[in-house]
Ligand binder design. Structure first.
Ligand SMILES: N[C@@H](CCC(=O)N[C@@H](CS)C(=O)NCC(=O)O)C(=O)O
Length: 191
């Protein structure tokens, strides 16, 4: 909200003005895909298992991360942006855009459902950085109160991710933040 990511001090380490940025030893690194890859390679004992067990898995992880950046994230964040911008600028949300965005989001969830199939995780039996990034974006559905039941593979995977103790704890914090923002949305709807 304070737009700190746009300040010159931050832009000195991240010229794109986006979060996250990783500073480790002599390296300053932007972009989630690159950061996640780096963490798995830099800390093999602790994090290597999330980066894929062999070349094929590593390549599939890259496929999912590219799809996430190019298709998945833009599709899920579109409606959220529309609603946030409407809320912050106190202007009515464009209903046609909202409907179109909702349709796109549902199509994308269908694609994710197909990518997952009945596998426990995107790349097979093990949780990887592809699951972490795509799951994190999928949590936005909590804002839309969208029931994932029609996408049964997504729903099973989403619930499975939440059984992970660390992910579950972070998710609970996220839910608290989402709840705290609810009155702002309601206030906007009432306007
Ligand atoms: N492709 C970038 C996207 C990063 C991104 O858009 N981050 C959001 C926060 S989740 C951000 O910094 N938004 C602030 C802005 O765009 O001003 C990545 O994966 O790191």
């Amino acid at each position: 909200m304070k737009q700190e990511q746009r300040q010159p001090e931050y832009k000195a380490i991240n010229p794109f003005g986006t979060v996250p940025t990783l500073v480790h030893n002599k390296l300053t690194l932007c972009e989630s895909n690159a950061i996640l890859y780096y963490l798995c390679e830099a800390f093999p004992a602790e994090l290597g298992k999330y980066g894929g067990a062999n070349l094929e898995e590593k390549a599939l992880i890259q496929q999912h991360l590219s799809w996430y950046q190019g298709t998945y994230r833009p599709s899920l964040i579109r409606i959220l942006r529309l609603q946030f911008v409407g809320m912050l600028t106190k202007t009515p949300v464009n209903e046609a855009e909202l409907t179109e965005g909702g349709k796109k989001m549902q199509e994308t969830l269908g694609l994710l459902d197909g990518l997952l199939g009945e596998k426990p995780y995107l790349v097979g039996n093990n949780l990887t950085i592809a699951d972490l990034l795509i799951f994190e974006e999928t949590t936005n559905i909590e804002f839309y109160k969208l029931d994932l039941a029609p996408w049964k593979n997504v729903k099973a995977w989403y619930d499975r991710m939440l059984t992970n103790e660390v992910i579950g704890a972070i998710h609970n914090q996220f839910l608290e933040t989402a709840k705290a923002l609810e009155p702002m949305f309601k206030q906007k709807e009432g306007n």
